[in-house]
Ligand binder design. Sequence first.
Ligand code: FMN
Length: 162
Amino acid sequence: MKFEADIFSIFDEEWALLTAGTPERFNSMTVSWGGLGTLWGKPVATVYVRDSRYTLEFMENSDYFTVSFYPEECRKALGIFGSKSGRDTDKAAETGFIPAAVEAGEAAGKAVTYGQAKKTLVCRKLYRQRMDLMAMPEDVRAEMYADGDDHNLFIGEVVEIL
Ligand SMILES: Cc1cc2nc3c(=O)[nH]c(=O)nc-3n(C[C@H](O)[C@H](O)[C@H](O)COP(=O)(O)O)c2cc1C
């Protein structure tokens, strides 16, 4: 399994979609904070989901999630996935993105990406934690969490790259 990327720009500049749930019921949102690395000897992807996101309940209730990357022409669609909520919008219908169930491997039938993706990391959820505001410097806490909309970090083992 090989994934070549500029780690410090792939999330920050390219953005990605985080999708959790099953082909029958799933939700996606844009993420631009994340990481790729190694934990417990496994290749992992880390994402950060604020309390207010509808995607959070899907992340909590799913064993798998996907992190998918798109060509530049999909930027506008990623803007929609990152500004509207699945609570009241069918984001796939609005963007024309075509949901695609993961069909092979251990996540078959348990994870979703989109036909437009150029790369999808299929992840098995390994770890989840609500970030401890007392474990970060005060200036970060004040800048990022003054409104109480805290982040939940999720680490997934990358089990497949599509
Ligand atoms: C470029 C961009 C990056 C974003 N990155 C994150 C992120 O890393 N974590 C997060 O919680 N929200 C992030 N958001 C906000 C969510 O994508 C946005 O609130 C979305 O509407 C949530 O959808 P949902 O309610 O259907 O889950 C980002 C938005 C944009 C436009």
